[in-house]
Design a protein around this ligand. Sequence first.
Ligand code: NAP
Length: 525
Amino acid sequence: MYNGAILIGAGETRAADTFTAVNPTTGAAGDVAFSNAGPAEVAKATALAAAAFEVFSTTSLDARATFIETVADNILALKDDLVATANAETALPLARLQGETGRTVGQLKMFAAEVRAGLWLDATIDPAMPDRAPLPRADLRRVNVALGPVAVFGASNFPLAFSVAGGDTAAAFAAGCPVVVKGHAAHPGTGELVARAIQQAVASCGLPEGVFSYLPGTSNELGGALVSDPVIKAVGFTGSRGGGLALMKIAAQRAEPIPVYAEMSSINPVVLLPGALAARADAMGPAFVGSLTMGAGQFCTNPGLVIAIDGPDLDTFVASAAKALTAAQPAVMLTPGIHASFERGVEELASHAAVITVARGCVGDGVNQAVGALFTTDATKFTADEALSHEVFGSSSILVRCKDIAEIKTVIAKLEGQLTATIQSGDGDEAAAGELLPVLQSKVGRILFNGWPTGVEVSHAMVHGGPFPATSDGRSTSVGTLAMARFLRPVCYQDTPDTLLPPALQAANPWGIARRTNGVLELGK
Ligand code: NAP
């Protein structure tokens, strides 16, 4: 169970200043007093993380993978408690939370397998060439090493898969980095349960206690102190653009600036091409609304923008989407603050002179409920006001009517960076899709055909990233095994005695990993 403690290494402590969880369905405060961690707890946690770094970053591949698997098993053992607690704290449905537990556990196990495979080390050997003329070449051996202790900010919209033991934490552990989590105040009981599961795994695997600490809290001061701490070498964050930018600024102003991998805002354009509209305009309406309203629209990949060429087929799609949205039930949002911000965003669009409201969802009688919203405008008006392309976090979308493919291209070219773009295509659309792909590719991290953007597979090839402001650094991903790369850096050893080299680079290849020698890939055992 949880009791509102701050978990620092193997210990737990309490603070005089406390906060309570809020049940968003009722608006009622919970009865557990959660400690508000502050700068003093940050200092203790990071000191332990610094002390743990050398041992944790140099474990064998098997020891590190076993630790990550133990975290997964401990979380699985808590499943019923976890799902019930998260349901009360976030209002996310039980089935969704059961699925998210599976995703969290599966994600950890995938990172464990990735650690064992060893490809992430990118072990590369250029043997010495003593006889090369005019100059001999030294023996050069490169390997990826852990960056250092990482600060992770739990996300509100994935209380399991993107929070305490979510993708950022799993990737940092896999890379060999101790983690200090700033817990999200929207699900403190859930956060503490998971944190205790990790704390137990650290102990049972015999790792130094500073591999993990958990700092719950509600103050910006806590997050600021964590990012400013000189021990911290990188930050993983999912949340608002304002929050991400604030942390990036703190990181950049440190005596030693560090990278902040922040996933922030995206409206995930969906382009409906003429062939798709001709073939299935009516069927696409409910499918789109399903994606828009799923989870009260609280997905970073929510389809907040639809772009298409005007005409009767588009009218059919709009009528079909409006019908589906009008019947859509309201859903409770994660927090009163997120709900208030959704209402504000929808009101700004509804009262905008260039925007027409197409449909709203059903209104309920509970608190903090998102009522879906679909708006429309044309390309000229959309591109004239940047505010129309700002993310409204929740089930709100705007449809932009264009004259032709060239105008669709202009609309896309004006967008900021995005996590995803979707093309709905049908017969005769190949040339148009081919014309749009270069501009889409320059804007997004993932391009989908004939699907809907919500739903992100955790896999090796996944990219859940994209140019700013989708993320702070479009060269990386926060979902999938490539996420480890954010917490690694390359080191080259020159003419180093074999016994002093890291195992990944030793002549006998004791870990049996794949390596490149003189540029040629040699498969491992
Ligand atoms: P948030 O306000 O950005 O908060 C996320 C985390 O960052 C919290 O732990 C918060 O802690 C911390 N934080 C925020 N601003 C900070 C600052 N200036 N200094 C230090 N720490 C800071 O996100 P949220 O509470 O999850 O949701 C609010 C809004 O974020 C939503 O309405 C939505 O617009 C956006 N959001 C986007 C995504 C996405 O996937 N793109 C996901 C979730 C939310 P404290 O507030 O306790 O200090």
